[in-house]
Design a protein around this ligand. Sequence first.
Ligand SMILES: [Zn+2]
Length: 312
Amino acid sequence: MTVLAVDLGGSHVSCALVEDARLIACESFPVARDQSLTAVLPQIEQILERLRTRDDRKEECEAVALSFCGLVDPGRKTVTAANGKYLDSASVDLNAWARARLNLPLFLENDARTALLGERFAGAGRGFDDVVTITLGSGVGGAAMIAGRLIRGKHFQAGCLGGHFVVDYHGRRCTCGNVGCLEAEASTWSLPTMAANHPAFAEITLRQAEDITFATVFPLAQAGDECAMGLRDACLRAWGAGCVSLIHAYDPEVLIIGGGVMAAADQILPEMERYIHAHAWTPWGKVCVRAAELGNHASLFGAIPLCQERLC
Ligand SMILES: [Zn+2]
């Protein structure tokens, strides 16, 4: 099967020509935070046209699979909640766009779900039917699959809100309005506040860092910086607690951890595995804990299983 794949992320758009488990060609471009969907569609269209005319593939393309960084209704092919990005997206008729501009059927899904589909199709989830993913990055995202089927729920948010599982009900205010959510306690956006509130922040190297991100925290923690070690350990505990709740909620065989923060997978993965095996109640055995394998391309690889699911 050959399809066109689009991953509409908050900071980048990636477009690809995908044939089974192979990305034949891929192009990305950055988008401004306040970019409208209407403004980027012509650029996407141009790239997709270029990709599918490569090697005379135009006739082979069966569909366009679009991953979106917000909640979507896959049946109606509409965006239901844009989550602060592409604010016009709920009013854009993407299905009509795909028909009119590309002459292809459209399949639309949340990007965390297509990333799970991709990892199961061509990455760390191969061979598993019960899969949970958690993505550690600017926020904390994820998705869940039970018995080979994505969990979507009545309002299309089931399985995707692991970042808003409460890990500390006395904790920080979250962007969602709740208190002590996993991403309010351990994510890139909450890290500068966590650092500023750390008692050792005034004396240490971390304060001199231009940006307080996990890319600065993990190496400094390894070098013995007290504040960085405190932040790292607090985040590892919060992520561990979140993973245990995901396992209790969805009963997976495999939990796949991805996202930009996993650049420090050597420090994160063993600790997650230890925490999960010590705290998750799984009397049948142990959940397999793996690092994601496909990085930023996971959603593009998810295009084929998404189309197959919707076509059958
Ligand atoms: Zn929240």
